[in-house]
Structure formats: structure tokens, C-alpha cells
Design a protein around this ligand. Sequence first.
Ligand SMILES: [Zn+2]
Length: 146
Amino acid sequence: MFIPVQGYLTLDIGLQIFEYYEDENSISKKKFRFAVVDQSKSKSYPSNFICILPAKICGKTESAFTKVFKDKSLEQAKSLLKKAYNKEDDSEIKAEIERRLKLLEPKAVDQIKCSSCGKLFQPKRIRKFKNNFCEECMKKRFGNQP
Ligand SMILES: [Zn+2]
């Protein structure tokens, strides 16, 4: 099935949010399922269902959502969440929407401490198990090799 990506941005799509418990019999934490629905298709669920909005939108893992919205996924997810937030009056759901919006924000690159001189710097990549050296200390230790 071919879905015009651009078209969806102008269609009447929204979120339908469901609350559920993973285990009905025990006191487990309330969970939320965010379904993307197309209200122009149908007013009732599940015939208006498009896909589930994942909590995280990552470029590497493909979800039904990113298959539909492709490179517009992040933009689309944010606008859906913001739209839902403005319509919602349940404080618990609002908090969950806020949490999800935060998850979509690009992570600030953390500064790390150089293992040699102790200076804070922004690593190009973090070596998990090795020492992290700032650029100057790298040069001192390993010379100017690329
Ligand atoms: Zn250093």
C-alpha cells in the first residue's frame, strides 16, 4: 500500500490515547498506548487506526510510524503530541505527553572529563571502556595521526 507522506500532514490525523495496565491482577503502573488515527477515514476506533506512535523515534529502528511518515516522523510526532496536549484535560495523560515530548528532543551532548588533564570537553564519540582524552591530550599521546 502506498501512502502519500505529504498528504498526511494536512489530513485530519490525531492521537487516541489508551490507558492500560500490563497486569490486570496486580498493582502495576498505568501504561499508555498512543494510537495515530485518521479522523477523515472514520470517527471510530479501530477503523481509523493508522499506527502506534512509538515513544522514541530513532533513525535506525524502523517502526510502523516511521514507515508511514518517513523523514517527517519526528516533526509529525511532535505536532501530534502538542495537538493532543492542548485538547487533553487529564493530568496523568498530560504528564505522559510531556514525558514523550521530552524523549523526542535531541539529547544534549554531555561534556565529559578528560582522563588525563581533567578538562571538560565534548567528545566526538564516547569510548565506553577506554579512557577519554581531550583533543590536546590525544595529540600529546598519539601525535597528529588521523
Ligand atoms: Zn586533556
